[in-house]
Ligand binder design. Structure first.
Ligand code: SF4
Length: 240
């Protein structure tokens, strides 16, 4: 099921394996997007999300793409988001928190320093869960290899949102390695967020992203090791 505009990968077994995996993802997406009454894809504009977005919009160009616009992203991320949204004609929604950065800092101070969990809750978790509740299927570029906290990630699982609504959460790249993602992006000629070229391996809000502290742990540069997840992939406890 390779597409006509797929460029030639480096020959060899890795390329063949990635091509097979990419075809499997295309099949999953085609099935899902045909069956689902409404689906969305959350996109941080990191490499795996761009690969999944490319494969998904090749099947459904108008697929809603949701970006968490916390107001704290790198300038490079905003520029890349805008360039790619234009180039790929993305049906992009920038999810905004209820307060601007200035309003939040006036009311609470600099939460990413004093209380990063609260900051993530206000600027990521609440806006995302509000938006995802409008859909039945939530596509993500999550991968098991990204972090120990994601090692048991299922490719397909129900996810309960606060308030009780259940959506089907799909991670079609769950078993992809970082190497697979690079090959996949290369095969589809996807330009990457320029911050990768500066050594970043996992890229979120600027104040909470540094170069990896442990070269073997891509997310070790997030929150300076104070926490590992922002909370958007943690299900609501029953009754919430
Ligand atoms: S990643 Fe940092 S700046 Fe971004 S929402 Fe979370 S605590 Fe706030």
């Amino acid at each position: 099921m390779s597409t006509a505009n797929e460029t030639t990968l480096t020959p060899g077994s890795i390329a063949d394996e990635v091509r097979r995996k990419m075809d499997a993802v295309r099949s999953t997406l085609a099935r899902t997007l045909t069956d689902a009454s409404s689906a969305c894809l959350t996109c941080s504009f990191q490499a795996e999300d761009m690969l999944l977005a490319r494969l998904a919009i090749d099947i459904q160009p108008s697929l809603p793409i949701l970006f968490l616009d916390t107001g704290y992203h790198f300038r490079e991320t905003y520029e890349y988001r805008d360039e790619m949204a234009r180039a790929w004609k993305l049906n992009l929604t920038n999810l905004m928190p209820e307060q601007t950065v200035a309003e939040q800092e006036r009311q609470y101070g600099v939460l990413y320093q004093s209380a990063p969990d609260q900051c993530c809750k206000l600027r990521k978790v609440e806006p995302l869960f509000r938006a995802v509740a409008e859909f039945d299927v939530w596509l993500t570029g999550l991968r098991r290899e990204q972090a120990k906290s994601r090692a048991a990630l299922e490719e397909s699982a129900p996810f309960t949102l606060p308030g009780g609504k259940q959506v089907l959460k799909l991670a079609p790249l769950a078993d992809w390695t970082t190497r697979d993602v690079w090959y996949g992006c290369e095969a589809l000629s996807i330009p990457l967020l320029p911050l990768y070229a500066r050594g970043y391996q996992s890229i979120g809000c600027e104040p909470c992203t540094s170069l990896p502290l442990d070269p073997n742990d891509p997310r070790s540069g997030r929150w300076s090791g104070r926490k590992v997840e922002c909370g958007i992939h943690i299900e609501a406890a029953p009754g919430q």
